[in-house]
Design a protein around this ligand. Sequence first.
Ligand code: KPL
Length: 324
Amino acid sequence: MRVIVVGAGAVGSLFGARLSGAGHDVLLVARPAHAAAIRAHGLRLESQPPATYRVAVVERLPNHTEADAILLAVKSYSIATAAREIAEAIRPPVPVLALQNGLGIEAHVAASLSAGGWHDAGRYVVRGINSVPAMLIEPGVVRPTGEGAILLGTSEGGARPRTVAMFSSLLASAGLATRPAEDLAKEEWRKVLINAAINPVTADHGIPNGQLARDPWRRQVLDLLGEAIEVSRAEGVELSPAEVERDLWKVVRQTAENRSSMLQDLDRGRRTEIDAISGAVLALGERHGLSLPATRRIVDRIRRRSDRSLPSPPFRSPLGSPKR
Ligand code: KPL
């Protein structure tokens, strides 16, 4: 299949490499330094054993790009920009897998594609809730850092079951584990609860996920998780706290070596997803009149750090310069 990976950072590159290794015709859309390194030396996966993939890469989608499937792996705050570029370059219908962290992603991607001119875009968007970890070591080099799966699903009126099945067999053909998300809203929340507990703490302290099992970080993680669960409850999402906590420690164990995506963003002086994760939890909690001191504190801290590490606040699209 002809697969386009829009937003080939750590996870997008890992998926792109594996798909290319499985014989698919892959085109990555990546930031300039990463794209240049891949062009010069191939995309190197620090897997066991290591492997280098000759994958086509661009910084911006050329007009009239042909595709059978699109993996949308940009950060949540880049969805609108990326969707506009997709809608300009690719004629619908092409199924799109939305792999971002955060809530309401499927609707956001569909609305952004529609705004770009794709008719009935919601029919082509599948939600992928990803917990496969990866790190971008340097431009051109990605390390898979543990185990995880991709939950696939859509909400009512969204993509058809056969579109979900297509992504499931596409990812499976590349050795990536997928599972159906029976209740998408619930599964999206479950992942946000886990991200709200793991990502900001690792980012604040500069530690890999595995360290979180130890105090004082463990305590902080549990405080954040408890507050986020309260918000999910207030939103009418019924998840068992004990089960979510079990899931959380499982992710910590399976991704112990990983630097969370938020920590990797700070490492590179990039904008983080704090607003899409803990910021969203905080905003919803406030709407329900909940007091969330631990969440508020960490959101403030990460926002301040992101501001400090961002010399020029306007975000530069991973797909090239945003059009005015
Ligand atoms: O989703 C992740 C992230 O880093 O954003 C996990 C699964 C927590 C891996 O670090």
